[in-house]
Design a protein around this ligand. Structure first.
Ligand code: BES
Ligand code: MN
Ligand code: ZN
Length: 493
C-alpha cells in the first residue's frame, strides 16, 4: 500500500507539491507561500489554464521554481460541498495525477485533520495496482508513487484520523487481490489459505473441507463442486470485537473461484470474466480484514462458500435433485445457476449456527442484474425495511450504491418444481428476483439482505478511487453499515 506520512506544514524545496484548492478561493497558507517562493509562477499558470478549483479538476505546473519539479493543483469544488467522499475523490485525482512522481507532498494545511485523512485515503485507494504477473514492464512505465507526505496543520491528529481509513483500504486491497487473481492460482483451497492469514489480525478462522461438508449434509454446495478436481471449502471467519456473548452481524459470500456454467456450459466469449465469480467471498474476506484491522467494536462472522463449477464426468446434470443442508430438496434445472446453490447451504448454516442480528450476502449472482441496473448500483433484495434503509444510506455515503428490488409471492411461484421442493431457476423474466426468492427460502426469516454485485465487482474503466479491474465494491459499504449502526457499547441489537 501507498506509504502515507503526515508531517508538519513546511514548504518543500524539491519534488512535486500538490495544492488542493477550493473553488474560487485565493491562494493561502502553503499554496501562497509556494506562489511567493516561485515569484508568482503558480498563480500565473493557474490563471492561464483557467483553473478555478472545480471538483476533481487538476492543473499541472512544470518547474515553477523554488526547487520544485512540479506543482499539481487539484480542485476541491465548493467548500460547502466538501463531504468526506468528495475529499477522497480529490485524493484519487491527486494519485492519478502524480502516479509517475516519486517524491510527492500534499499541502493539506487548509484542511482539518479529518479532511486531510480522507484526501490521503482516496489517494491510497486509487494507487492500487495488481501487477505481480507483469515481469517485463519497463521501470519507466511503472507507477513510481510509493510515499505520500501530507503537510498537515496537526500531523498527529490527521494520522489518528487516517489510521482506521488505512485499515479499511487494506481490506479493499485484499478483496481486489483476491478478485484479480486467476483461477488456476486461486482455487477453493488457496482461497481458504488466504482467509487463514486473517488470524494474524485476531480473526478466528475455521476451514471446512469436503469431508466436513458431507458430514453436515451440504448437498446443494457439494453438487456444484462435484464436477471439479479442486475440492470445495467453507471458511468461517469470526471477529469478536464486541461484548462477550453479543449476537454477531453476519456476512456471507459466493465464492465460485471459476464458473464455466458446468454441464449447462457458458459460451467461450468473455468466460475469462468468471474468474471473478468469487467476488462476494472476496468482499466478505476483505471486510473481515477491515473490521479486525481497525478493531471494530462488534462481533462479526464472515462465511464464504468456495467451489469451482466445472463440466466433467463427475459433474451434476440438469435434472438432478439435491438435498440441501436445510433439508429442502432442489431440482437443478440449470447447472449455471450455481451461486444460489452454494449460498443456500451457507446461509442456512449461518442462521442456524450463529443466530445473527442480520445476514447480508454478497454474490455475483445474475447477469440479469447488469441488464436491470448496469454498473451504477448493486441490486439489493431484503425482507427487512430497516436493514435496507441503512444499507441504502451507507451506499450513498461511501459512493457504493445499492438499489432495492422487489420480492414477492408471485415471483416465488416461478421456482416451484414438479419433482422437488423448488427448482434452481425461474425463467428469464425477473431473473435476479427469482434468484433472490430462492435464497430467501434459506434465511429462515432472519433479517437479511442480498446484494447482487455482478455489475459492480469489476470495472472496465478507471474511477476516482478505483483503478479499472477489481473494484473491492462492498467493503467500504458494509464497514460503514457496521460503524454507523452496530458498533456501540451494548454490541449488536
Ligand atoms: N456468475 C454468473 C452470473 C454473472 C454473469 C456474474 C455475468 C457476473 C457477470 C451466474 O452463476 C450465472 O451464470 N447466472 C446465470 C443464471 C441463469 C442460468 C438463470 C445467468 O445470469 O445467466
Ligand atoms: Mn453460473
Ligand atoms: Zn456464477
Amino acid at each position: 500500500m501507498l506509504d502515507v506520512a503526515f508531517v508538519s506544514a513546511d514548504l518543500p524545496r524539491a519534488g512535486t507539491l500538490v495544492l488542493p484548492l477550493a473553488e474560487g478561493a485565493a491562494l493561502s497558507g502553503l499554496a501562497a507561500a509556494a506562489d511567493e517562493a516561485t515569484g508568482g509562477a503558480i498563480a500565473r499558470a493557474l490563471a492561464a489554464a483557467e483553473f478555478k478549483g472545480a471538483k476533481g479538476k487538476t492543473c499541472v505546473v512544470l518547474a515553477p521554481g523554488a526547487g520544485l519539479a512540479r506543482v499539481v493543483a487539484v480542485g476541491l469544488g465548493k467548500v460547502a460541498e466538501a463531504t468526506p467522499r468528495h475529499l477522497e475523490e480529490a485524493g484519487g485525482a491527486v494519485a492519478a495525477a502524480v502516479a509517475r512522481d516519486t517524491e510527492v507532498a500534499v499541502a493539506a494545511d487548509g484542511l482539518d485533520a479529518a479532511q486531510a485523512a480522507r484526501l490521503a485515503a482516496g489517494a491510497a485507494l486509487r494507487s492500487y495496482r495488481f501487477d505481480k504477473y507483469r515481469t517485463k514492464e519497463k521501470p519507466e512505465d511503472k507507477p513510481r508513487l510509493t510515499r505520500l507526505a501530507v503537510l498537515a496543520r496537526d500531523p498527529a491528529a490527521a494520522a489518528a484520523q487516517f489510521a482506521p481509513l488505512g485499515k479499511i483500504a487494506d481490506g479493499v486491497f485484499l478483496t481486489r487481490d483476491l478478485v484479480s487473481e486467476p483461477a488456476n492460482v486461486l482455487n477453493p483451497a488457496e482461497f481458504a489459505e488466504r482467509c487463514r492469514a486473517l488470524s494474524a489480525l485476531g480473526v478466528d478462522v475455521e476451514v471446512m473441507g469436503p469431508d466436513a461438508l458431507r458430514e453436515l449434509g451440504f448437498g446443494a454446495l457439494l453438487g456444484v463442486a462435484q464436477g471439479s478436481a479442486n475440492e470445495p471449502r467453507m471458511v468461517v471467519m469470526r471477529w469478536n470485537g464486541g461484548p462477550d456473548g453479543a449476537r454477531p452481524v453476519a456476512f456471507i459470500g459466493k465464492g465460485v473461484t471459476f464458473d464455466t456454467g458446468g454441464i449447462s456450459i457458458k459460451g467461450a466469449a468473455g468466460m475469462e470474466d468468471m474468474k471473478w465469480d468469487m467476488a462476494g467471498a472476496g468482499t466478505v474476506t476483505g471486510l473481515m480484514a477491515a473490521l479486525a484491522g481497525r478493531g471494530a467494536k462488534v462481533n462479526a462472522v464472515g462465511l464464504v462458500g468456495l467451489v469451482e463449477n466445472m463440466p466433467s464426468g463427475t459433474a451434476q446434470r440438469p435434472g438432478d435433485v439435491v438435498t440441501s443442508y436445510s433439508g429442502q430438496t432442489i431440482e437443478v434445472i440449470n447447472t449455471d445457476a450455481e451461486g444460489r446453490l452454494v449460498l443456500a447451504d451457507v446461509l442456512w448454516y449461518c442462521q442456524k449456527t450463529f443466530d445473527p442480528v442480520f445476514m447480508v450476502d454478497l454474490a455475483t449472482l445474475t447477469g440479469a442484474i447488469i441488464i436491470a441496473l448496469g454498473h451504477e448500483y448493486s441490486g439489493m433484495f431484503s425482507n427487512n425495511d430497516e436493514l435496507s434503509a441503512r444499507l441504502a444510506a451507507a451506499g450513498v455515503a461511501v459512493e457504493e450504491k445499492v438499489w432495492r428490488m422487489p420480492l414477492g409471492k408471485a415471483y416465488d411461484e416461478q421456482i416451484k418444481s414438479p419433482i422437488a421442493d423448488m427448482k434452481n431457476v425461474g425463467g428469464r423474466p425477473g431473473g435476479s428476483i427469482t434468484a433472490a426468492q430462492f435464497l430467501q427460502r434459506f434465511v429462515n426469516d432472519k433479517p437479511w439482505a442480498h446484494l447482487d454485485i455482478a455489475g459492480m465487482a469489476w470495472s472496465s474503466k478507471d474511477a476516482a478511487c478505483t483503478p479499472k479491474g477489481a473494484t473491492g465494491f462492498g467493503v467500504r459499504l458494509l464497514d460503514r453499515l457496521v460503524a454507523e449502526h452496530y458498533e456501540n457499547a451494548a454490541g449488536g441489537q
